[in-house]
Design a protein around this ligand. Structure first.
Ligand code: NDP
Length: 419
């Protein structure tokens, strides 16, 4: 079918690469390009000979537009898969526009330097106007809509699990289960244990920024913001058990609020153990989560980047992690004039993921939908010029692919609701 350029070679990209190589009919050729080429070469060496997919590797700095364009022009991919960091989203979108290629990613744009005065001024205005203070939001990438439309290209934003699969669940519920969705609760439960007192399951910098920020939810047409971790609930998750979960701001709330007609409330909850929260609070209190550089023995260091260097690399958690994840959406609303509820979710086993692709379930649950999103564009199943999130496309082929490629979902028609 075609060629994909995969940018980044970390925890999630490892899964994407394995899954593309399992799906060689669609991904006949891939190029893995990242900052550290040796990581790309190592995975190529592991997979060469086990798959018909032809693999090439390259070094690229995805913050450098000219370097990206030179690589895209030379390789001529059908799609660029951005599996690097959200910091690179805009540069890679610019490169796709300049070179005439479709784009996809797994997380929306946020800047690396949140002290940049130009960015800060726009951010502060947005916080006031919109009413939430997360560093990431869709405005930067939605601003590319017209450019992608004019170029006849598609940009698919946020095709991981959450964002990503959770929005496919919403589109599926809207299409098949409800006439009117009133409320959506997205529940992200990781029942896995890696045995470390403290580690993050994906990029520590991005993860800790997200978790230490104020929470917010959408209610009756506007944002309600709360102090970080101040709304806590307990939930009994299928195949995982009882867990404490906390309300967080999350990017898909922003697009779902636009795309699910007349939805009254959307909330996002994530589970955390007490040890994780105590470590995070302590690190925050001593300034280790700061993104502002400090002078240390003649060097400038960014505290959160130094912390990242100390923490276990998420890509190494695979062999140590036991237990399951359970991620899904609980819906309330109406069908044929009657009140209705539904819970669509997936359960994923860390050890089974490791056996299959050598990664834990957080990377797996992100990497599989990234491959599927790219497949939707490459096979023309999802094909409209512009910039879109997952719920804006027909959910059926995506939902079918989730069952086929390792993330089967189920529906509970009578779930316990979150108060
Ligand atoms: P990692 O930190 O493990 O990997 C990031 C990769 O990007 C590394 O290989 C890194 O290179 C590379 N990279 C970083 N900067 C550049 C650059 N300037 N040029 C080229 N390559 C670069 O992150 P994860 O794999 O954990 O996460 C990947 C993405 O997935 C993130 O955007 C994250 O937010 C998103 N994500 C989405 C989820 C979802 O459900 N939607 C869930 C989890 C993650 P190097 O190896 O040299 O450092």
């Amino acid at each position: 079918m075609g060629k994909a350029l995969i940018i980044g070679c970390g925890g999630v990209a490892g899964v994407v690469i394995h899954k593309c190589c399992q799906n060689s009919d669609v991904f006949e050729e891939i190029m893995i390009a990242s900052r550290t080429k040796s990581k790309c070469d190592a995975i190529k060496e592991k997979l060469d000979g086990t798959t018909p997919t032809k693999i090439r590797t390259a070094k690229v700095d995805a913050d450098n537009l000219d370097e990206l364009c030179a690589l895209i022009d030379e390789y001529k991919p059908d799609i660029v898969m951005n599996i690097a960091l959200p910091y690179q989203d805009l540069t890679i979108m610019d490169a796709c526009l300049r070179c005439g290629v479709n784009y996809m990613d797994t997380a929306n744009y946020e800047p690396e330097d949140t002290d940049d005065p130009e960015w800060r001024a726009i951010y502060e205005k947005r916080c006031k106007e919109e009413g939430f203070t997360a560093y990431f939001d869709y405005s930067w990438q939605w601003a590319y809509k017209e450019k992608f439309e004019k170029a006849g290209l598609t940009a698919l934003l946020g095709s991981g699990f959450d964002p990503g699969v959770t929005q496919a669940y919403c589109a599926y519920a809207q299409k098949h289960l409800f006439d009117q969705i009133d409320t959506i609760d997205i529940l992200d439960c990781n029942g896995g244990d890696h045995g470390y007192p403290f580690a993050t399951n994906f990029n520590p910098e991005i993860n800790l920024r997200e978790v230490s920020a104020p929470g917010s939810y959408w209610e009756n047409g506007h944002w309600v913001e709360i102090p970080a971790m101040s709304i806590k609930r307990e939930y009994d998750f299928d195949q995982v058990g009882h867990k404490d979960m906390y309300l967080l701001h999350h990017e898909e709330i922003e697009s779902l609020a636009r795309n699910i007609p007349d939805v009254k409330r959307i909330r996002f909850f994530m589970t955390f153990g007490q040890s994780y929260l105590t470590h995070m609070k302590c690190l925050e209190n001593v300034g280790m989560l700061s993104t502002t550089p400090i002078e240390f023995e003649g060097h400038q260091i960014v505290p959160i980047q130094f912390l990242k260097a100390l923490l276990p690399d998420p890509a190494t958690l695979g062999p140590r992690t036991k237990g399951k994840t359970n991620i899904g959406c609980i819906f309330t609303g109406k069908k044929d004039g009657k009140e209705k509820t539904a819970y669509i979710y997936n359960v994923c086993d860390h050890e089974a993921c490791y056996r299959e692709v050598g990664s834990q379930a957080i990377s797996y649950t992100t990497g599989v939908p990234a491959m599927i999103g790219a497949m939707m564009l490459m096979t023309g199943k999802w094909n409209k010029p512009g910039v879109y999130t997952v719920e804006e496309f027909d959910p059926d082929p995506y939902m079918e692919a989730l069952n086929k490629w390792g993330l089967p979902w189920q529906i509970n028609d009578n779930p316990v609701l979150v108060d």
